[in-house]
Design a protein around this ligand. Structure first.
Ligand SMILES: Cc1ncc(COP(=O)(O)O)c(C=O)c1O
Length: 393
C-alpha cells in the first residue's frame, strides 16, 4: 500500500515573488546604487501615488516607521500615546522609544479594532497621540476616532501595517484623510514585501522633511537647509538626532515591482477570504471576525476567525495543535499587550480590557496568502471539520 504524498505545510502567511520581482532586484544589484540612490524616491513616489498621499518616506521596517512618526510629532516624556490593547508589540514599544507612556485602549471583541467609545475612556489630559491599527486589514473607523482624538486635544496617526491596499470609507488607507501620517510594513507576510521595510505616508511637507532627517542620522545635504551653506562640497549637517533607518535601493526595487502587483494581491486575498466565508458558514463554532464596515474594503492581511470553544468542545490551543498536525499553520493576532510580562512590570493588567481578552480568547488566524489555491482553502476547511468531528477524543 502506498501512502498519499505528504502535502506541504500551509503557513498562516507567506510572500509571493515572481520572475518580475527577481529581475527587478537583479537590476538594482547591478546599478551604481545599492542604497541612498534614486530607487528610494521612485518607490516613495509610486506608493504615494497609489494611495493618494503627497509624500512617502521609506524606512527600514514598520517598527522604525512608527518610531519615526512619533518622533516627528515631538511626542516625548510626559506624553501618553493611546494604542489598542490588541496589536503587535511595535505599536506600543515605539512610544517607549521616544520616552512617552503607551496607554492601552480596549477593543471591539468581534473585530479587535479600537472603538471611539473605548478611545474616549482611555484618553487623559496627557494624551498627545492616538494610534489606531487596521487589524487584519480591516480599516478601523479612522474618521470617528480622529473626532474623539481632536476633541481631547490629541493628534492621530495610523498604524497601517496590515492595511496596504485597504479602503477606509471610500478613501485608500495611507491617504491620511483623517490622520497626520500612516505607516506601512513590507514584512514578507504583508501585502507587498521588501523583505524588511516600511513607509510613512503624509500630506504635510514639514513632517515629511522631519521623517527624512530621522531615518538618516538627522543629517542633511540640502543646501537650502544648511546653516553653513558655503562650507564646501563635502559638507553635511546634523540638525536633529536620527538613526540609520534607511531602506536600500535593492529593497525599494523589489517594493516597486511588488507594488505593480498590489491590486492583484488584494483581489486574490479577498477571493480566498470569500471562499473561506462560504465554506465555513455552516460551522456553528467558527466565524470570521466582524465584517467590513459599509464603504470600507479590507485588504485581508489575515483571515482572522473567532472560535467558540464551548461549541467546539475543545480549547483553542488543542484546535491549533491538531491543525498543525494536519499541516495547517495558524497564529493568534494578537496576545493583548497588557498581558506581556514586560508590560505587566510597567503595571498593566489584561483584566482591565475585557474586549481585548474576549477577542484574544477566541481569535485564530487561518492560512491566507496569495499563492494558496482554492484547494488549499478546502484543505484547511476539511481539517477544521475533521478536528470538530474528532471532538474531545
Ligand atoms: C500592527 C503592526 N504594526 C507594526 C508592525 C511592525 O512592522 P515591521 O515588522 O515591519 O517592523 C507590525 C508587524 O507585524 C504589525 O503587525
Amino acid at each position: 500500500m502506498t501512502s498519499a504524498p505528504a502535502q506541504p505545510f500551509l503557513p498562516y502567511g507567506q510572500q509571493d515573488l515572481d520572475e518580475s520581482d527577481l529581475a527587478a532586484v537583479m537590476e538594482a544589484l547591478r546599478s551604481p546604487y545599492l542604497t541612498t540612490g534614486p530607487g528610494v524616491e521612485a518607490f516613495e513616489r509610486a506608493v504615494a501615488a497609489r494611495v493618494g498621499a503627497r509624500f512617502g518616506v521609506a524606512i527600514s521596517n514598520g517598527t522604525a516607521a512608527l518610531h519615526a512618526m512619533y518622533d516627528a510629532l515631538g511626542v516625548g516624556p510626559g506624553d501618553e500615546v493611546v494604542v489598542p490593547a490588541v496589536t503587535f508589540l511595535a505599536t506600543a514599544n515605539a512610544a517607549l522609544y521616544v520616552g512617552a507612556r503607551p496607554v492601552f485602549c480596549d477593543v471591539d471583541p468581534t473585530s479587535g479594532l479600537m472603538t471611539p467609545e473605548a478611545l474616549a475612556a482611555a484618553m487623559t489630559p496627557r494624551t498627545r497621540l492616538v494610534v489606531p491599527v487596521h487589524l487584519a486589514g480591516h480599516p478601523a473607523h479612522t474618521a470617528a476616532l480622529a473626532e474623539v482624538a481632536r476633541a481631547g486635544g490629541a493628534r492621530l496617526v495610523e498604524d497601517a501595517a496590515h492595511a496596504t491596499g485597504a479602503v477606509d470609507q471610500g478613501v485608500a488607507v495611507g491617504a491620511c484623510a483623517w490622520s497626520e501620517m500612516a505607516s506601512f510594513s513590507f514584512h514578507p507576510v504583508k501585502h507587498i514585501t521588501t523583505a524588511e521595510g516600511g513607509m510613512v505616508m503624509t500630506n504635510d511637507e514639514a513632517l515629511a522633511a522631519r521623517l527624512r532627517l530621522f531615518r538618516s542620522h538627522g543629517m542633511t545635504r540640502d543646501s537650502s537647509l544648511l546653516s553653513r551653506p558655503d562650507e564646501g562640497p563635502w559638507y553635511y549637517e546634523q540638525q536633529a538626532l536620527g538613526y540609520n533607518y534607511r531602506l536600500t535601493d535593492v529593497q525599494c526595487a523589489l517594493g516597486l515591482s511588488q507594488l505593480a502587483r498590489l491590486d492583484a494581491f488584494v483581489a486574490r486575498r479577498r477571493a480566498l477570504a470569500a471562499r473561506y466565508d462560504a465554506l465555513l458558514a455552516d460551522l456553528p463554532w467558527l466565524r470570521p471576525i466582524a465584517p467590513e464596515r459599509p464603504g470600507s474594503r479590507s485588504a485581508y492581511h489575515l483571515y482572522a476567525t473567532l472560535v467558540d470553544e464551548g461549541r467546539l468542545g475543545l480549547p483553542k490551543r488543542e484546535l491549533a495543535r491538531r491543525l498543525h498536525a494536519r499541516g495547517v499553520g495558524t497564529q493568534v493576532h494578537y496576545i493583548p499587550i497588557p498581558m506581556q510580562p514586560y508590560y505587566e512590570r510597567l503595571g498593566w493588567r489584561a483584566e482591565r480590557f475585557p474586549g481585548a481578552l474576549a477577542y484574544y480568547r477566541q481569535t485564530l488566524s487561518l492560512p491566507l496568502f496569495t499563492r494558496m489555491g482554492e484547494g488549499d482553502v478546502d484543505r484547511v476547511v476539511g481539517a477544521l471539520r475533521e478536528v470538530a468531528a474528532e471532538g474531545g477524543a
